[in-house]
Design a protein around this ligand. Sequence first.
Ligand code: FES
Length: 130
Amino acid sequence: MTAPPDSPDSRDSLSREDPAPFYDRHVFVCTNERPAGHPRGCCSGKGSVRLRDYMKARAKELGLAGVRINSAGCLDRCELGPTMVIYPEGVWYRCATREDVDRVLEAHVRDGGRVADLMLRPGDDPEKKK
Ligand code: FES
């Protein structure tokens, strides 16, 4: 029996009959843009477009096979941005600098580890992530 898709156990409910993921790691970088002064802000306004471009270029330089870096619309964690999420793990990060991107690319995307201090968790307080 599998857990409902929105339950906390849903990640444990992957079926053996599911097809293998198409990419080993699929990264979605929010590049949503809002007008200046919007109360939620936006990832684009915090540099996410250039960080996505950098991430794509670095992934290529590192020769990472089976990896796709995509732009995403709003991921709805705007106040914590710039945000990205990596599948199939579903791990979220706040990457605000090129150095952050390098760390996530090398430790998580390439090596399968985690970058705990950049990770976003459910219930994170935006005021503590600035
Ligand atoms: S604008 Fe990036 S998560 Fe909403």
